[in-house]
Write a protein that binds this ligand. Sequence first.
Ligand code: GDP
Length: 390
Amino acid sequence: MKLATIGVGNAGSKLIDQMIEFEFETGRNLCRHALVINTARTDLAKPQHIDEDRRVLIGDTHRKARGHGVGGDAEIGAEVAKTDIDEIRRVFDDVEIHEVDAVLVAAGLGGGTGSGAAPVVIDELQKMYDEPIYGLGVLPGTYEGGRPALNAARSLQSFVNKVDNFIAFDNDAWRSRGQTIEQGYEEMNEELATRIVTLLAAGEVDESEVGENAMDSSDIMRTLDTGGVSSIGYASTDVSVTKEGLLAKFNESEEVQSESTDAAKIKGLVRRATNSRLTVPCDVSSADRALIVFAGPPDVISRKGVESAREWLEQEADTVDVLAGDDPRPDSSTLAAVVLLSNVTDTPRISEIQNQAVDAQNKIQQQDAVREEEIQSLITDDDNDLDPIV
Ligand code: GDP
């Protein structure tokens, strides 16, 4: 697939940057256009692979932003995006939309810029283009507290209602102990970029390498065409191929594998991808459609294995809509399986975030109600004998 990618806010921009880095490292070709939008000048300077003229600062004239961010306030994030929509549109105008199959908008949903401005950006994209728009959104961890949960629960509604598919990543599930938050984010961003790029870049292979089992962009787009929230699983293994083209090493085993053992290993890889940590934990059987991409040297992808892996996933996901195909990478020393579970409706983290958000909203409303009363009580003397000067 060929994508135009847009990162909104800090996390969204870092994710797009990381996707481009993974593309470069692995010789893939997915992101044809990349731009980032932010309210904070310092965050806008962070990406390493985005051209200067593809970085858009919004809200620099807004009295509550002024180039320093929106302080986690999603309402201000949305407001400044609306105010500066001409600026955003001007940068979109340079995107050669006929060169891409779809647009991907990435954002962290717990902050103010990504959660508030991204839905406004998506509205604008929809007015301008007919191409599908996919969302890539990071759900905040429980440990971040009530405000990020409230931003995320509200932004999720806007995102899912507006995009053709929303791919979710859950910071809670991917948090590991013994790391600083920044180290944790770096690792998470790499994991997410690996999954997204391995999945969406399939179908962009050199004409000479296209076999009849090659995954096509239209298969991926059809699987994403369900709307709703999607989750991705991934597993990989080292492979190396002997001169005769036989699979010599697959999971550290030295002996030459028989066809049936290779098939079992392909199925095992898909099973591992599906049962591993998904980008957002979910009940696999609640998926509407599913798709498997095998990225690696074509010689090690056993057809029998692909078929039995596909059948296995069909049962697990409890759907007849399961596609499987290859992304041939003759020079790669790994074989990866990416599993896309499209429109998963049973994702406990989303309910948890909503509950945390409702509690936070109630608390904020209560605080707002008593705030003015408390301030007046503080500045008024006991018998109300004093008057303000003006
Ligand atoms: P914004 O710029 O106002 O949209 O806010 P940020 O993008 O800095 O943060 C929004 C949310 O994204 C936070 O609440 C975190 O949950 C998450 N977040 C921030 N940075 C990263 C990152 O690098 N990786 C991941 N996975 N999540 C992040």
